[in-house]
Design a protein around this ligand. Structure first.
Ligand SMILES: *Cc1c(COP(=O)(O)O)cnc(C)c1O
Length: 238
């Protein structure tokens, strides 16, 4: 895709986010855009940076480490990177070096490793807890009791380098909008519940909505949409 096409896509998606905010009676600008650049080259990220986009999401640490190291060396404007894909424990060291947020925390063991690696480099990192809300997706916390234990550990100061900011989910891949609404509203209700139980934390971010369902997500209270295809085109996995 050319830089011009990418710029047009960003303009169009930003306008549609604005419209969706308005339609849902939400404040203009309350929904942030995370541009998912996985499987797209560094040039595409540079084109996006030129449009004013600074927040990017990648799901594979190895790929994004190389890509964003290169981008950082050539671009004056520094991108802000979130890891959004399931993260193996042995990739955490590199992940915390390049990212400002891990959106895909789905187990206690991962929190412990993030703390360990962040402590080594004296860096604080934000995290979102990924929640399993739909039937298709494999990732995310499934047992509420397990999630509550993780959040409680954060609230008790067990992980001083970790700043929990909110929740993330993927809706099921379906045409059935009722199921998509149900998945997103489940995440919103869980956020409200966590805020009541753990008032010392600020669990406010709701990372939900992708190219196919972000308007529904905005209706349901999303504060952060993760959009790839609608901005950069189809991914070539070959
Ligand atoms: C790839 C990916 C996205 C972006 O999906 P699109 O349908 O291309 O917008 C969002 N969230 C996660 C977790 C992803 O892996």
């Amino acid at each position: 895709m050319t830089a011009e096409q990418i710029a047009e896509n960003f303009e169009s998606v930003r306008n549609q986010i604005k419209e969706a905010e308005k339609k849902s009676g939400r404040k203009e600008g309350c929904v942030k855009l995370c541009a998912v650049s996985k499987f797209h080259p560094a040039e595409d990220v540079l084109a996006a940076l030129k449009t004013g986009q600074t927040l990017f999401g990648e799901n594979r640490v190895q790929e994004s480490f190389a890509k964003f190291t290169q981008i950082n060396s050539v671009s004056k404007i520094k991108p802000d990177l979130h890891i959004i894909g399931s993260l193996q424990t042995n990739k955490v060291k590199k992940a915390v070096e390049i990212a400002s947020c891990i959106q895909s925390v789905d187990r206690e063991e991962l929190l412990a490793e993030i703390e360990k690696q962040c402590a080594k480099i004296e860096k604080k990192i934000e995290v979102l807890f990924e929640i399993h809300t739909g039937e298709d997706s494999k990732s995310g916390y499934k047992e509420k009791s397990v999630l509550l234990k993780s959040v409680e550990n954060c609230a008790n100061g067990i992980y001083p380098h970790i700043v929990p900011k909110g929740l993330m989910t993927m809706a099921p891949f379906t045409q059935d909008e009722k199921l998509i609404h149900a998945s997103f509203s489940k995440l919103r209700n869980l956020k409200d519940e966590l805020n009541k139980s753990f008032p010392s934390l600020e669990i406010n971010e709701l990372s939900m909505g992708m190219s196919g369902d972000y308007k529904i997500a905005i209706e349901e209270g999303s504060t952060l949409v993760r959009i790839g295809t609608a901005l950069f085109g189809e991914r070539d996995y070959s």
